[in-house]
Ligand binder design. Structure first.
Ligand SMILES: [Fe+2]
Ligand SMILES: [Fe+2]
Length: 276
């Protein structure tokens, strides 16, 4: 069984949500996608996600929404995440945190897809060990035996921690993709063991900004060290950013491509689906 999977990076604010609504239904059809994961940690005004936004994303064609350090910025998420199994937060939050850090999904064709959300610890909140969490989730549901594809969203600041996670899971996951830094990296590849990898998917937001936020306030804070206003998402047209993979019958990756469409960044679409 071969699966076509699209992962979309952090949706930032209204312009990010508009880009998802504009592009995802079309991409889902055009590329005959089996499974779509969207990182939604910045969807509500840049900070967290609401239940209504979750429902919109599922309506546009997302199968699973992942989160990160902004998971619970909207307090309602602490409650509705318990009744929304398609919304997951980092698995290495302390025991007792609402929601779940991984879930197993079934595609329309009956394939089982494991999604795990993890958060790095370098320059971030001191959570539990993400490598131990990854080990626990992957060994509970191994590729080939427990699932037909495994997707890991490694929400982290440093590229080194993301690469380490990619190699740690090489041969045991279909895709390890980074989120959180809000700029796409040009290192999409398939590791020797068959795991697809990209250090950061990039945000789905307005790139005429400071990582998705209106650039005025960040510039004030960088130059004067004094805050003068709240951070607000930039409102220009967003670029939808992500990574596309196709798996083989063993659940490992056969193809990978960066995805960028709309807005200011140079377009990049998977040749193997556009022309095949
Ligand atoms: Fe983010
Ligand atoms: Fe983040």
């Amino acid at each position: 069984m071969s699966l076509r999977i699209l992962f979309i990076g952090d949706i930032v604010g209204k312009s990010g949500r508009a880009a998802l609504a504009r592009h995802l239904p079309d991409l889902r059809r055009r590329w005959a996608l089996d499974f779509v994961v969207v990182n939604g940690e910045n969807a509500a005004g840049g900070f967290g996600i609401t239940e209504a936004i979750c429902e919109d994303f599922f309506g546009h064609g997302a199968d699973c929404i992942t989160l990160g350090n902004h998971a619970f910025d909207q307090r309602e998420a602490l409650v509705f995440i318990e009744r929304q199994p398609r919304l997951i937060r980092p698995a290495n939050y302390p025991q007792g945190t609402p929601g779940r850090g991984a879930n197993l999904f079934e595609t329309q064709s009956g394939a089982r897809v494991l999604v795990v959300n993890l958060m790095g610890r370098i320059f971030m909140d001191p959570l539990d060990d993400p490598f131990a969490s990854a080990e626990r989730e992957i060994s509970a549901c191994p590729l080939g035996a427990g699932c037909d594809a495994a997707i890991i969203d490694m929400h982290a600041e440093t590229t080194s921690e993301k690469y380490a996670m990619g190699h740690f899971l090489d041969g045991r996951a279909s895709l390890v993709v980074g989120t959180h830094t809000h700029a796409p990296t040009a290192d999409a590849q398939i590791f020797p063991g068959g795991t697809a990898y990209q250090s950061d998917a990039g945000m789905t937001g307005d790139y005429d900004s400071v990582i998705g936020m209106n650039k005025n306030e960040p510039l004030v804070r960088f130059t004067r060290r004094i805050s003068s206003a709240r951070f607000e998402p930039a409102e220009g047209e967003a670029t939808l950013c992500g990574v596309a993979i196709e798996t083989g019958s063993d659940g490992l990756a056969r193809k990978i491509s960066m995805v960028r469409t709309g807005g200011r960044l140079q377009e990049c679409l998977p040749d193997f689906w556009e022309n095949g």
